[in-house]
Design a protein around this ligand. Structure first.
Ligand code: PLP
Length: 445
């Protein structure tokens, strides 16, 4: 079949063409089976080909697929907003729907800025973010992203919002042990706010567990509590980017719940629809919406396809599926099992430097020397090699950057669908073991 869709696989000319998927498996047009060990880009949280979702999609398509959000709401959009409020124990009763994670983080920022404008503080329009972060590919979202490789081409067009270090304990930016560090990286937020002037700072944005730019860096207990304390001290809203972590991935519906921290605004995407349809959301507390409802009454954001009933109905069905099947709990249980097997595997492969993450969001950082943590030379392209070897072995992994260029090692993310069973985890490990063995052979030649 002629290929003219401008996606990377086509340009590379080497990627297979997928014909269908079922559960944790995808099948290409040559009949090859792939175990989806990354849920695509940490997205297919409920697995592929789920019948209930097809039925929900069909049901909504039979009623109405599109209404314009400035003319109508829909049963599907209201049902989805209600479900999100329920799943977050009523803390986030207000949802603004968009079509992707990038739109969600950018909208979250606009809501924060509008919140302060309506309160008579229009100067509060800057956001602070961390290095080793990824909040999306649109220019506003990229401005917030501390991902040097993805910023590079567009630097001249971007704001420099990333300004503080990430809690990268494996390579502590301060070279300190956790017991003695006093969360020096979190304290950087206070300095950044004071430097910028609290009267100019609308919000601070962070991923609870750092994904693409850190390979599942999960902070130590106490870190987010400290950040939240600083935000409150300076009247800065805390935006959690739960695009990758939201709705069960880390073993809780909200990853922030691991630390008992309630963000003011949350951005969702990816697992919100499990990839069945494009949708994202910026959700907020009563405190955030209050001045907007009292003031201009409408959020100055949105897209033509925002809150389209088809996507909302599909997302609602996905979230109901997550709830009905207790997938957050399965992510927690299966995450422990998978992690244990990975730890055992690591004894055979001295280039596995660090295994980290939460629930079924697990990162592996590879190093040339396990003692010194020296990374492999960049031109060695360990991540690329690992991903293609794994694909040959019928296993899909997600590439990630572990730290600023030249600082961190190569890394991958393992994040299978939250439905994964014990037996399927063992199959994932078998394919990963083959991959690591082949890599070990290749580097010893
Ligand atoms: N935020 C996080 C944490 C992400 O991981 C991503 C995508 O990888 C985004 C935002 C952007 O989402 P999207 O690719 O759907 O625009």
């Amino acid at each position: 079949m002629k290929r003219t869709s401008l996606i990377k696989p086509v340009l590379d000319g080497v990627y297979p063409m997928i014909s269908h998927g079922k559960g944790i498996y995808l099948y290409d047009t040559d009949g090859k089976e792939y175990l989806d060990g990354s849920s695509g880009a940490v997205t297919a949280n409920i697995g592929h080909g789920v019948e209930e979702i097809r039925v929900a999609m069909d049901g909504q398509a039979n009623k109405v697929s599109f209404v314009y959000r400035s003319q109508f709401t829909s049963e599907a959009a209201e049902g989805l907003a209600t479900k999100i409020a329920e799943m977050t124990n009523g803390t986030y009763p207000w949802s603004f729907f968009v079509n992707s994670g990038s739109e969600a983080t950018e909208t979250a920022l606009k809501i924060a800025v509008q919140h302060w404008q309506e309160k008579g503080k229009p100067k509060k329009n800057r956001v602070i973010s961390r290095w080793m972060s990824y909040h999306g590919i649109t220019l506003g979202a990229l401005s917030m992203s501390g991902h040097p490789q993805r910023r590079e081409r567009f630097t001249a067009m971007l704001e420099s919002y990333p300004s503080i270090s990430a809690p990268y304990c494996y390579r502590c930016p301060y070279n300190l042990e956790l017991q003695e560090c006093g969360f020096a990286c979190a304290a950087e937020l206070e300095s950044a706010i004071r430097r910028t002037g609290p009267e100019n700072v609308a919000a601070f944005i962070a991923e609870p567990v750092i994904g693409a730019a850190g390979a599942a860096i999960s902070p130590p207990d106490g870190y987010f509590q400290e950040l939240k304390r600083i935000c409150e001290k300076y009247d800065v809203l805390f935006i959690a980017d739960e695009v990758m972590t939201g709705f069960g991935r880390t073993g809780q519906i909200l990853a922030c719940s691991h630390w008992g921290v309630e963000p003011d605004i949350i951005a969702f995407g990816k697992g919100m629809s499990g990839g069945y349809t494009p949708i994202g959301a910026a959700v907020m507390t009563e405190k955030v919406i209050e001045p907007i409802l009292k003031g201009s009454k409408s959020i100055m954001a949105g897209h033509t396809l925002s809150a389209n009933p088809l996507s909302c109905a599909v997302s609602l069905a996905v979230l109901e599926y997550v709830e009905k099947n207790g997938l957050d709990k399965n992510a927690s249980r299966s995450g422990i099992y998978l992690r244990n097997l990975l730890e055992k595997l690591s004894f055979r492969y001295p280039f596995i430097g660090n295994i980290r993450g939460k629930g079924l969001l697990i990162g592996i950082e590879f190093v040339k020397d396990i003692e010194t943590k020296e990374p492999f030379p960049e031109e060695f392209d360990v991540t690329g090699k690992m991903i293609s070897l794994a694909a040959e072995n019928g296993l899909l992994l997600y590439p990630a950057a572990a730290g600023p260029e030249g600082v961190g090692g190569a890394a991958i993310i393992i994040s299978p669908p939250l439905t994964i069973t014990k037996r399927e985890i063992e199959e994932l490990i078998r394919r990963l073991n083959n991959t690591l063995y082949q890599f070990k052979e290749a580097i010893s030649q």
